[in-house]
Ligand binder design. Structure first.
Ligand code: HEM
Length: 360
């Protein structure tokens, strides 16, 4: 047995598993050399962060107990008594924060360089769906530690969901499993967070990659598509991804070691004086909701966010010109820049209101 060369052994194993044809296809796969360029760093980084979220999440699930009476203590135990528990929880916490930021940069790059244009419309559409989908993880995950911030943030979110005309009230009742946030709500949030949403995210990422593979990566601006050099996907790209995985794990591990992720007091559903501070990524939405009052509230809670999401999804079908150079696309890039500035302004206003003025 030991005399059989390594290569023959792995070939035999692949044949035993009927995977030899898939392995051949992977080995024959080629991608443009610019797939390794640093401007494409964000796509690979997103993949690495998703893997880290899954791995750290599985580890935390070993210790977590989804019942209001024990959830807080189980998280407390994993955080302070399990070896490296705080590092793992930190990696989970910092990964999703970074995921949101990197998704913004990845989207911005595709927007500025026009890589959403034909034939890559569906790469963009699946990307936007992923972007709109990711906050559901945060909304469901926030309640799980059963601390004051998670509990009261959930109350605020449920009341915003309820205010959405039409299905809002039913959606909030369905999420909560009744009129109160208790054991049924926690079980539902848990099942969504660890089972349904991850399953759907894997599916969405697979569809994103399916379109990238079949529609190809956009050419660098000004490059000649005919003489575009190609490299093997395995090992060149796979090795780059593995290297990135190791580096990001080390960096986030060290950060988590030094800055333990936030974990507040246990939830007290009778303490309605607790006012949760909104997360950075939701500041602009919060501000939008508070700008429009009374009969106009629906503008901030539903019409404007839904309109922006619709515009983002439909962008490749609105901007059909063949030009990709930013200088020839100012009719798209100027309004996009105005929207980004509005989002940043609202976020700064929200930050001032909730973090600076409150403390003074
Ligand atoms: C977890 C989320 C995501 C993952 C893992 C992911 C992964 C990737 C990867 C690996 C690539 C190829 C390399 C590159 O160009 O960077 C790519 C390309 C692309 N992604 Fe994503 N992506 C995600 C989310 C998004 C989002 C939110 C958008 C935008 C709405 C988006 C739009 C695109 C586009 C348009 C391309 C093609 C770029 C080109 O051809 O130049 N993706 N994605």
């Amino acid at each position: 047995m030991n005399n059989i060369p390594m290569k023959t052994r792995s070939l035999k194993l692949l044949e035993f598993l009927s995977l030899e044809k898939s392995a051949d296809r992977l080995l024959a796969l080629e991608v443009p050399k610019d797939a390794l360029s640093w401007t494409r760093f964000c796509g690979a980084l997103l993949l690495v962060l998703v893997v880290l979220l899954f791995l750290s999440g599985i580890f935390m699930a070993f210790y977590y107990s989804p019942i209001p009476g024990t959830a807080y203590d189980s998280v407390d135990f994993a955080l302070f008594n399990v070896p490296f528990g705080s590092v793992v929880k930190g990696v989970h916490h910092y990964s999703w924060n970074l995921l949101l930021m990197v998704m913004g940069v990845h989207l911005g790059r595709s927007l500025i360089l026009g890589s959403y244009k034909a034939p890559r419309q569906m790469v963009w559409v699946t990307g936007v769906i992923i972007l709109l989908f990711v906050p559901l993880f945060i909304i469901t995950g926030d309640l799980l530690p059963w601390d004051q911030k998670g509990y009261w943030s959930t109350q605020v979110r449920l009341s915003i969901i309820s205010s959405v005309p039409g299905m809002g009230h039913i959606a909030a009742r369905l999420l909560q499993g009744g009129s109160l946030t208790g054991v049924v709500a926690l079980t539902r949030f848990y099942v969504l967070h660890i089972l349904m949403l991850p399953g759907l995210l894997v599916l969405l990422i697979a569809v994103h990659f399916h379109f990238i593979r079949h529609r190809g990566l956009s050419e660098p601006l000004g490059a000649d598509p005919v003489s575009r050099p190609r490299i093997p996907f395995y090992p060149n790209v796979v090795n780059r991804w593995l290297f990135l995985f190791i580096m990001v794990s080390i960096i986030l591990g060290v950060i988590s070691w030094h800055w333990i992720p936030p974990f507040g007091d246990p939830a007290d559903p009778t303490d309605s004086s607790y006012i949760p501070k909104p997360e950075w990524w939701v500041l602009f939405l919060n501000q939008l909701v508070s700008v429009f009052k009374g009969g106009l509230a629906v503008l901030g809670s539903t019409i404007i966010p839904a309109g922006l999401a619709g515009l983002l999804i439909c962008l490749p079908f609105i901007d059909r010109s063949p030009h990709r150079h930013p200088a020839r696309r100012w009719k798209i890039l100027l309004p996009a820049a105005a929207i980004v500035i509005a989002i940043l302004t609202l976020s700064i206003m929200g930050y001032m209101e909730h973090f600076v003025l409150v403390e003074n």
